[in-house]
Design a binder for this molecule. Structure first.
Ligand code: UD1
Ligand code: CA
Length: 502
């Protein structure tokens, strides 16, 4: 949005949000992975504001911390503390002096918005501001018609149709409650008028609060021009007061994100069952199956397939990667054409290089798997570096933790590790080495060596058959007589119980 740089924004975010029944301030509840306040801040940025004042109060420390952490995304802002939450009008009263303190950056108009309407779009704010300007209005409010306007302030108009005031649901008469046009809580107000009006607010209503909405009637009484911009998309104006509203907002935001991705060339088989956060980027011709969840700063390249019920958090996946069903990736990196899963868990610091495979029931932590290497079945590798073309056999476990410290395992290129091997770290397996199945490795294995630590196998001819005969004959007959065969009594731990249960 350009040409509106004589505007400052006031975001109201001090309320407790009692109806959320939460210990967290309402505006920090997330919609599609971003706190509602973050949505408001980004929207504010679209107005190219001179300044953004965020009115905080309830849980202000948490709000401050969040904004500080994410400030790179936002226009410059400052916080105003509203220590007692005496209403939306009171909140603006707190912000105003700070906004005019520096005469060099005083705005001629203010956009005022609530921190709890996360679905509002840039297009709508833009239209609201343009309408305000084209009408030469003193005050423009955003409104919409709702089939069920319960809980919202109703917009009352004169017979001629001009806006005369907004009445809160709690203060409304039966007739006023029938009005379907509601106040969204987003306004454009001329600075000169706002300054005067704020001084005149009085807490004369059901809640004993200073209502910002009272400035509408004041403007009308002063013969100032008050207009309303009615938005058609009533879902967009949803104010989140309860967790039921939060779920509605979440659903709509997810729908929008999926729609945007699909229009950008991503196939989403069932958009209602895929959850993608805002910042996630996905390349063309990638296919998402139902139940996929992509969170945080995740990037998925082109031509990838992510099968059902896999969750990727803050992970980077290059082009052509296949992630099979039910995988969890956290802060992991997967390079081109690698195959992950099904049911693999890549924990933070896992890096899977090109064409590598990490398969069924494999957990990796701070582990790098080299190009073309395979860790396909039932393994745990922690703090491990795996070179190229390595085969890690089924059930291989790195013992990387001795109860005090973590230690590293290095498996160099072209190593072949048989099944059911334990690697007690710190340990290095030299390039080209072979580790026999069932081995417990405690010492480094030289390049091209065979590492084996199995007890010698003994075969005793006929022993299994003799044992069977012994145990069969030792079973007590039903009358309680004991066995006639002169073998040792059937009191070994594997005798009676096993036979009886068979
Ligand atoms: C407000 C409007 C109502 C409108 C609705 C739209 C008023 C009096 N009412 O009602 O007409 O239909 O929004 O969603 O303005 N806040 C503060 N300080 C306070 C009180 C509130 O910063 O002392 C903030 C809240 O954090 C919230 C916003 O203002 O972000 C709106 O407050 P809320 O209590 O949710 O107002 P509603 O009852 O929804
Ligand atoms: Ca509200």
């Amino acid at each position: 949005m350009s040409g509106q740089n004589n505007t400052s924004v006031i975001i109201l975010a001090a309320g407790q949000g009692t109806r959320m029944k939460s210990t967290m301030p309402k505006v920090l509840h997330c919609v599609a992975g971003r706190p509602m306040l973050g949505h408001a801040m980004l929207l504010a940025g679209q107005v190219s504001p001179k300044n953004v004042a965020v009115v905080v109060g309830h849980g202000s420390d948490q709000v401050r911390t969040y904004l500080e952490e994410e400030k790179a995304q936002f226009s410059s802002y400052f916080l105003v503390e509203q220590t007692q939450q005496l209403g939306t009008g009171h909140a603006v009263q707190q912000a105003y002096p700070a906004l005019i303190a520096d005469s060099s950056s005083v705005a001629s108009q203010y956009v005022i918005m609530c921190g709890d309407t996360p679905l509002l779009t840039t297009e709508t704010i833009s239209a609201l501001v343009s309408y305000h300007q084209s009408e030469g209005a003193t005050l423009t409010l955003l409104t919409t018609h709702l089939p069920d306007p319960t809980g919202y302030g109703r917009v009352l108009r004169e017979t001629a149709g001009t806006v005369c005031r907004v009445v809160e649901d709690r203060d409304a008469s039966f007739e006023e409650k029938q009005v379907s046009e509601i106040n969204v809580g987003t306004y454009v107000v001329e600075a000169k008028f706002l300054e005067k009006a704020l001084l005149q607010l009085l807490p004369q209503n059901a809640q004993g609060e200073y209502y910002l909405t009272d400035i509408i009637e004041m403007a009308v009484q002063e013969k100032q021009k008050v207009v309303a911009w009615i938005t058609e998309d009533s879902l967009e104006t949803t104010g989140v007061n309860t967790r039921v509203h939060l779920a509605l907002a979440e659903k709509e935001m997810r729908r929008r994100i999926c729609e945007r991705l699909m229009l950008d060339g991503v196939t989403i088989l069932d958009p209602e069952r895929v959850m993608v956060d805002h910042q996630v980027t996905i390349g063309r011709d990638t296919v998402l199956y139902p139940g996929v969840v992509l969170e945080g700063q995740t990037h998925v390249g082109e031509h990838c397939t992510i099968r059902s019920n896999s969750r990727l958090t803050n992970s980077v996946v290059d082009r052509g990667v296949m992630i099979l069903d039910a995988c969890v990736l956290q802060e992991a990196t997967v390079e081109e054409k690698a195959v992950i899963g099904p049911m693999a868990h890549l924990r933070p610091g896992s890096v899977i290089h090109r064409r590598a495979k990490v398969g069924n029931f494999v957990e990796l932590k701070k582990t790098e798997v080299g190009e073309g290497s395979k860790v396909n079945h039932l393994s745990y590798l922690g703090d491990t570096w795996v070179g190229r073309n390595v085969n890690v056999g089924a059930g291989t476990i790195t013992c990387n933790y001795d109860g005090y410290r973590k230690a590293r395992t290095v498996i160099e290129d072209n190593v072949f590790i048989g099944s059911d091997v334990q690697l007690i770290a710190p340990v290095t397996i030299g390039a080209g080495a072979l580790i026999a199945a069932g081995t417990t490795i405690t010492e480094n294995v030289p390049v091209d060596a065979l590492g084996i630590s199995r007890a010698q196998q003994t075969n005793i001819e006929g022993r299994a058959a003799r044992r069977r005969a012994m145990l069969d004959s030792s079973v007590l007959p039903p009358n309680g007589q004991s066995s006639q065969v002169g073998e040792p009594p059937a009191s070994s731990p594997i005798s009676h119980a096993q036979h009886k249960s068979n």
